[in-house]
Write a protein that binds this ligand. Structure first.
Ligand code: HEM
Length: 342
């Protein structure tokens, strides 16, 4: 398993102090029960918004189930940079450097066209009222339901940012070959717990990853973590044909849940129990010697789909409530999600 420099530290107590202090201080970074958000924010000013978004998402997911995954990931990458403020949706301009070209996003983040389409529909019904950040948050919830996942109520009332941060997109978003401790600290920094980290990672029950993000895993310790039986050997050789160790094919894709790739269920955790997680970051939740709590959670969610669904819903509300305090005072409702209003 690829280990981060932190993993090699022989000062576990220092790591613990670091994590605890990040946890304590992160509480004051973002308010999770944000007073600006409420369930009925649009009830009188745009009562049909939830129906419009649901209808559009139904068409998108029906035409290609992968679209559900694209939108869920887009929401996650929005919220980890300046809070859920639609910053990820902004295009580069002469005066603004967006987040789309930051390393976790470039050649990887998709689904912008889906949000544009929904925004157009919403604008024609309720002009200037519904933020892009809210559209993305609601669309992510609908995406999950449409591929068989749980329902949760979405608090709304977010404003769109007038800024984006290339630097924070590069720094805050966890990557496939990052160690577990480092990934957990990125979640704690956002006010999300170890439990949230394990449950939200379950979003990898849908969607695809590119070879560039799983080459190290399949030419690394995949064989060590898996049971080396004929099934896992066949799976590994398939993955190697998609993603040659020698290089090339960086953009070839494989499903992260090879059992039910288009269904939101708990099979992602069952795959981790078998040691066949596609990304290093996935498998570490179960196999890292430092992941005592995450291992217990993986076992629990693998055996109890209801508790996974319950925790995933709660954690998605927490993710969606990561707010950008600046956007509430200086933010706006963009007319076009790709550009700040002129
Ligand atoms: C725990 C740390 C996480 C890491 C290291 C991580 C990393 C990745 C990577 C490397 C990919 C493949 C991207 C590509 O190859 O182009 C991916 C895909 C995806 N991630 Fe994550 N992710 C994490 C957490 C999350 C969370 C919290 C969510 C949502 C709640 C999420 C939702 C998704 C989805 C749905 C996809 C599939 C997208 C598609 O089909 O294009 N991930 N993630």
């Amino acid at each position: 398993m690829a280990l981060s420099p932190l993993f090699h530290s022989n000062l576990p107590s220092l790591q613990f102090v670091l994590l605890v202090s990040i946890f304590i201080f992160s509480g004051s970074l973002y308010a999770s029960d944000d007073p600006h958000l409420s369930l009925d924010y649009y009830a009188s000013i745009c009562p049909t918004v939830f129906d419009i978004i649901r209808k559009e998402m139904e068409c998108e997911v029906l035409s290609d189930p992968r679209n559900a995954a694209l939108v869920v990931r887009l929401h996650f990458h929005d919220c980890f940079v300046q809070g859920c403020d639609g910053s990820v949706l902004l295009d580069d301009t002469i005066t603004l450097q967006g987040e789309k070209k930051a390393s976790p996003n470039i050649n990887s983040l998709k689904g912008f066209r889906i949000i544009d389409k929904i925004k157009n529909k919403v604008e024609s019904e309720c002009p200037g009222i519904v933020s892009c950040a809210d559209i993305l948050t609601i669309a992510a919830r609908d995406a999950v339901i449409l591929v068989g996942g749980p329902y949760w109520d979405v608090p709304v009332g977010r404003k769109d940012s007038k800024t984006a941060s290339f630097e924070l997109a590069s720094a805050n978003i966890p990557t496939a070959d990052e160690g577990l401790v480092s990934i957990i600290s990125k979640f704690l920094y956002q006010g999300l717990s170890v439990t949230d980290t394990a449950a939200l990672s379950g979003a990898h029950t849908i969607g695809m990853a590119r070879c560039a993000n799983f080459r190290a895993r399949i030419s690394g310790d995949f064989e060590t973590t898996s049971d080396k039986g004929p099934m896992s050997e066949t799976y590994l050789s398939n993955l190697k044909s998609i993603c040659p160790a020698a290089g090339g094919g960086d953009n070839n894709v494989s499903a992260m849940d090879n059992i039910t790739p288009n269904l939101f269920d708990n099979s992602y955790y069952q795959i981790l129990l078998r040691g066949e997680g596609l990304l290093n970051s996935d498998q570490e939740l179960y196999s890292s010697i430092l992941g005592i709590q995450t291992k217990q959670l993986v076992v629990k969610y693998a055996h109890d789909p209801i508790s996974f669904f319950q925790q995933f819903s709660d954690s998605m509300v927490k993710l969606g409530n990561i707010t950008n305090p600046d956007s509430f005072t200086n933010g706006e409702v963009r007319k076009n999600c790709r550009f700040v209003n002129t």
